[in-house]
Each structure stands twice: as C-alpha cells, then as structure tokens.
Design a binder for this molecule. Sequence first.
Ligand SMILES: NC(=O)c1ccc[n+]([C@@H]2O[C@H](COP(=O)([O-])OP(=O)(O)OC[C@H]3O[C@@H](n4cnc5c(N)ncnc54)[C@H](OP(=O)(O)O)[C@@H]3O)[C@@H](O)[C@H]2O)c1
Length: 236
Amino acid sequence: MTLNNKKVVVIGGSSGIGFAIAKSVAAMGASVVIAGRSAKKLEAALAEIEQDVLIYPVDLTQEDSVRDFFEREGEIDYLIISGSSVRSDAFYELALADAMQSMDSKFWGPYRAVKAAQMADDGAILLFSGVLSRRPAPGMAIVSEINAAVEGLGKALAVELAPIRVNVISPGLVKTPAYSGMPDDQREAMYQNTAQSLPARRVGEPQDIAEIAIQILTNPYVTGTVIDIDGGSLLV
Ligand SMILES: NC(=O)c1ccc[n+]([C@@H]2O[C@H](COP(=O)([O-])OP(=O)(O)OC[C@H]3O[C@@H](n4cnc5c(N)ncnc54)[C@H](OP(=O)(O)O)[C@@H]3O)[C@@H](O)[C@H]2O)c1
C-alpha cells in the first residue's frame, strides 16, 4: 500500500502509539506532520524517525494553539489524535480539578481538534479511548468516563461528519512512554502480570496498534467503529 500524496497529521506523534503510526505512514510515502506540546520530544521523534516529516508544537487543551495549528495545516487526509495526558486516583482522592483537567485533555482536546481541522471529504479521523471504558478498574473512574465519552464522540461524528470517516481505537495495555514515570520494577511487574492474565499472553507494542490504525484509516468501508486491540482484555 502507498500513501503517496496523502497528508497525515498525528497529534501525539512524538511518543508511543502516535509515534509508531507516524513512522509507519511516513515509510509508506505520506506527507506527515507530527505534533505535541514539547518541542524537545518532537525533535527527538524527528531524529529517530529517519524519514522526511514535519514537526509542530500544539497543545490540545489550548483553543488558540489548536486553531493556529490547523489554520496553518490546511486540508488533511488522515487525522490521528493520540495525544493526551490524564491523571487518575481513587474516586474520593482525585481532586475535581484534576479530573476536569484530564477530561479537558483527552476528551475536549480531540473535540477541539476535530472542530478546527479542515478534513478532505474522503478523509478519516482516528481517536483513542481505552479498555477502561468497558472494563473499569478501581482508581481509574475518570479514565473510564473519558474513554466512554471519546467512543460516543467517535460514533456521533461518524454520522454527522460523513462522508468523512471517524473511528476509535480502544487499546489495552501497550508498552509506551506513558508509563515511564513508574519505577522500573513496578512497570515490569505490571507488564508481566497483565500479560499472564490476558488471552493473548502478552501486552501490546505500539506497532501492534499502528498496523491496525493504518487499515482503519485507509479502508473506505470502516466508520463509526470502536476497534478493541487489547489482547482479549474485555474477556477476562
Ligand atoms: N499505552 C497504553 O497502555 C494505553 C492504553 C489505553 C489507552 N491508551 C491511549 O492511547 C493514546 C496514546 O497513548 P500512548 O501510550 O501512546 O501515550 P504517550 O506515549 O504518553 O504519548 C502521548 C503523546 O501525546 C502528546 N500529548 C500529551 N498531551 C498533549 C496535549 N495536551 N496536546 C498535544 N499533545 C499532547 C505527548 O507529547 P507532549 O507531552 O510533548 O505533549 C505524546 O506525544 C492515549 O490517548 C492513551 O490514553 C494508551
């Protein structure tokens, strides 16, 4: 498959799943823009990707930043929004302000971005939720709520923005820098315990998600879906 002449924007492309998607679509000939908040992370991604991609800073929580970014970008074929930062804690411990900030990042961020983006009529948008929407866990209520909201948004936009296609990927645990703040031993134990509990007997790698993401973006008959890529997390 070639993505020659396709313009692809990956917000959250400087790390993890977004980076894997950006790298793959760049290798397939797309014209790729990687965006995120930190210029340092964007520079590091650019150095690692070994392809001709552009990087721009954008903060999904800032309306001006999002508007300026999309005004400059013009028409986009494929928009991937994997950028978010959320905080969670036990329901009674998490400050309401932190819960709202998380919603602002992972739900209102993509909402702002889609509102500002100029999509091609045959274009496609890909959002990210996560297994917690339908497989809640203690201490993660806010993430369950946000993920469910993103899934609802994806379906609603698939209807309202048609023929632009809109889909949501719901990942299970994927090894990304999202977990780099954890002590190494705790992180490895989490990966191992999760892998043992899953039907797939492994946790995800960013490339596992990237491969399906490209199929979803490019298949003209896929819209309004929530695709679970989670090693069977919803079954156990
Ligand atoms: N990894 C998992 O196990 C997992 C599981 C379920 C769901 N997910 C979801 O999958 C998506 C990708 O996760 P990941 O693990 O690949 O994340 P990651 O490695 O932490 O990368 C997050 C990316 O988003 C950017 N970002 C964060 N806040 C942003 C903002 N306000 N505006 C613009 N960019 C922002 C980050 O760069 P800056 O910090 O420089 O902005 C970075 O490029 C997320 O929505 C996540 O919730 C992940």
